[in-house]
Design a binder for this molecule. Structure first.
Ligand SMILES: NC(=O)c1ccc[n+]([C@@H]2O[C@H](COP(=O)([O-])OP(=O)(O)OC[C@H]3O[C@@H](n4cnc5c(N)ncnc54)[C@H](O)[C@@H]3O)[C@@H](O)[C@H]2O)c1
Length: 251
């Protein structure tokens, strides 16, 4: 593995499982020191164990401003600065629109969108203020942010909002040498109960016709976190097997 992130300071929210864990492992394998931040301390600890000495863990609840600020302060203290912040923590939960409660809506938006805002803002403030300035912020969006889906009014809105937040942050933070991008996973196999293949509604419009692997999403996140993407900002780069470009598939 190339060491294009040698000695960089990184943090990953929701790094204690699934895609976030794969991103933390990938950044570390490219040379970064990684702060693994998660509400599930056991999961974060397991990610650190898998990485080794270049990682450490911290408890984080992305819905709490004080917790987001504490995470960024810890990264700056432990590593001397913050170069890369990955806003990955999120929940995918569905509820029919006519039955959707305020509580459900606020939970999904609060975690996926407001949480990303607070963590992203805290990270950007650190990056703008530190010696030499600059950094890279990478959010984990979703193909559900690109178009509507059954039961996904809250989830889709949270991810569409995150993609627009990515654009606005990129515009305002460019003068501080901070690039902001997102990776948009399609259906990615992170747990056993998902089965071996995506459901028929997905398979019918997915050219690569399989689940993505967390490592395949992590590879795109690492590209966006590295200088290999030095002229890329404000974009969502989909790692989705072609799902978001598929229209009529018969014939
Ligand atoms: N798996 C997929 O198919 C898929 C597809 C598109 C987008 N995504 C997005 O990728 C991201 C990761 O998804 P995943 O499938 O790996 O999920 P996951 O549930 O396996 O992992 C999410 C992690 O976030 C943590 N977390 C939850 N609430 C938190 C909070 N309040 N504060 C801090 N950490 C918290 C969890 O403890 C967990 O470790 C999410 O943003 C999700 O929306 C996933």
């Amino acid at each position: 593995m190339s060491k294009r992130l040698e000695n960089q300071s990184a943090l990953v929210t929701g790094g204690g499982a699934g895609i976030g864990r794969a991103i933390a492992i990938r950044l570390a394998s490219e040379g970064a020191r990684v702060l693994v931040a998660d509400i599930n301390e056991e999961g974060a600890g397991e990610t650190v164990r898998l990485i080794g000495d270049s990682a450490s863990a911290i408890h984080l609840d992305v819905t709490q401003r004080v917790s987001a600020a504490g995470m960024v302060a810890a990264a700056a203290e432990r590593h001397g600065r913050l170069d890369i912040a990955v806003g990955n923590a999120g929940i995918m939960d569905r509820m029919p629109f006519l039955e959707m409660t305020d509580e459900f809506w606020n939970k999904v938006i609060g975690l996926n969108l407001s949480g990303a805002f607070m963590c992203g803002q805290e990270a950007a403030r650190q990056m703008a203020a530190q010696d030499g300035g600059g950094g890279r912020i990478v959010f984990v969006a979703s193909n559900s942010g690109q178009f509507g889906g059954r039961g996904r009014a809250a989830y889709g809105a949270s991810k569409a909002g995150l993609m627009n937040l990515t654009q606005s942050m990129a515009i305002e933070l460019a003068e501080h040498d901070i690039r902001v991008n997102a990776v948009g996973p399609g259906p990615t196999k992170t747990r056993d109960e998902q089965g071996d293949v995506p459901p028929p509604s997905v398979m019918s419009r997915m050219p690569l016709a399989r689940f993505g692997r967390p490592e395949e999403v992590a590879a795109v996140a690492a590209f966006l976190a590295s200088e290999d993407s030095s002229f890329v900002t404000g974009h969502t780069y989909f790692a989705d097997g072609g799902y978001t470009v598929a229209g009529m598939m018969e014939g």
